[in-house]
Write a new protein. Structure first.
Ligand SMILES: Nc1ncnc2c1ncn2[C@@H]1O[C@H](COP(=O)(O)OP(=O)(O)OP(=O)(O)O)[C@@H](O)[C@H]1O
Ligand SMILES: C[C@@](O)(CCO)CC(=O)[O-]
Ligand SMILES: [Mg+2]
Length: 327
């Protein structure tokens, strides 16, 4: 039995634009998904207590047998389990063990579908745990690459390498197309996260931006301008100037808003953080609902968000310099 964990992430800058080849800077945070893999004779059994579909906790046997605890459409369960199914397929491939059976247990403290990269953390940890269980040790970058193939497949081709690379490597990273690297020397960033309790549909939101970008040159220019913010931001990041980083985060949020991926609750959390004198605040991830990230080393934004209508949870999440690891 092997347990591995991998971190979630926030985007300091660059989500959505990264899908069109602009650079992005995601940062791993101290919230993780833990996956335990145990080799069994055949098939795949998954325990995922954090995942609720129509109010039912999921216990799933991927070998075609319906499990009695599940009373929702099998197709819904299949969709929910797609990440684990594909991660296990990658592990079987890496170990050259196509028939290996697994029992997989998943638990984490990253809200699902909220822009904090729970899917990437799940896939990265699952590939690591399942390959180690089969006696194969992949490097973090090999895991990142296989995890990207999984996100790409499950999300119908709508995925960048950003979430999976960041989760596998930890720390602050820079992703531009296939060029992925860790940004050295960034050990701490004062992230405060506000969560509206909701979720956005990543595929739909990415498709919406793609449509706008196709219809209006100024929408395409907006995507390029986000890339410009990232290029500016990465040079500011090494100076540790939070005031300017925050200013660029605010700008980035404005452009994401213009692209139609913010929401009333995300905007109101962003404004609550700014009113409390955070250096800056923006939505993180695909948007539509979920989380914002503010930069604030005081407790002011944290306190303000606690009392902001529409903000269900608020927490500090330090930069996690560790990526995937065996527990
Ligand atoms: N702890 C978990 N247990 C079971 N499934 C999980 C868990 N964490 C993530 N998942 C899977 O990942 C899906 C959420 O992935 P999705 O990409 O929509 O959101 P996210 O990764 O949290 O946010 P984003 O991609 O915007 O950063 C869940 O619906 C589920 O299938
Ligand atoms: C919206 C997006 O840029 C980030 C989602 O966390 C999509 C992706 O990069 O795969
Ligand atoms: Mg995801």
């Amino acid at each position: 039995m092997v347990t591995s964990s991998a971190p979630g992430k926030v985007y300091l800058f660059g989500e959505h634009a990264v899908v069109y080849g602009e650079p992005a800077v995601p940062c791993a945070i101290e919230r993780r998904v833990h996956v335990t893999a145990t080799e069994i004779d055949e098939g795949l059994r998954i325990h995922a207590n954090d995942l609720q579909l129509d109010g039912f906790t999921v216990e799933y046997s991927g070998d075609g047998e319906s499990h009695p605890d599940v009373d929702v459409a099998e197709s819904l369960v299949e969709a929910g389990m797609g990440y684990v199914n594909e991660a296990v397929a990658q592990a079987r491939d890496a170990a050259d063990a196509p028939g290996a059976g697994f029992e997989i247990s998943v638990e984490g403290d990253i809200p699902l579908g909220a822009g904090l990269g729970s899917s990437a953390a799940l896939v990265v940890a699952a590939i690591d745990a399942a390959t180690r269980e089969l006696g194969v040790g992949l490097s973090a970058s090999e895991i990142a690459d296989r995890a990207y193939q999984v996100e790409h497949a499950v999300q119908d081709g709508q995925a960048s390498r950003a979430d999976t690379f960041c989760s596998a490597m930890g720390g602050a990273v820079r992703v531009e197309g296939d060029d992925c690297r860790r940004l050295d020397g960034i050990d701490t960033l004062p992230f405060v996260i506000g969560y509206d309790g909701g979720a956005g549909d990543t595929g739909e939101l990415v498709a919406g931006v793609r449509d706008l970008r196709g219809r209006y040159d100024f929408a395409a220019d907006t995507v390029t301008a986000i890339g410009d913010i990232v290029r500016e931001g990465e040079s500011v990041l090494v100076t540790g100037d939070y005031e300017r980083l925050g200013e660029l985060m605010d700008f980035n949020h404005g452009l994401l808003s213009a692209l139609g991926v913010s929401s009333r609750s995300l905007d109101s959390m962003v404004w609550a953080a700014r009113d409390a004198d955070a250096h800056g605040a923006k939505l993180t991830g695909a948007g539509g609902g979920g989380c914002i990230v503010a930069l604030d080393e005081t407790d002011d934004a944290l306190t303000a968000l606690k009392y902001t209508p529409g903000c269900e949870d608020v927490f500090r999440a330090g930069l996690d310099t560790d990526g995937v690891r065996q527990e």
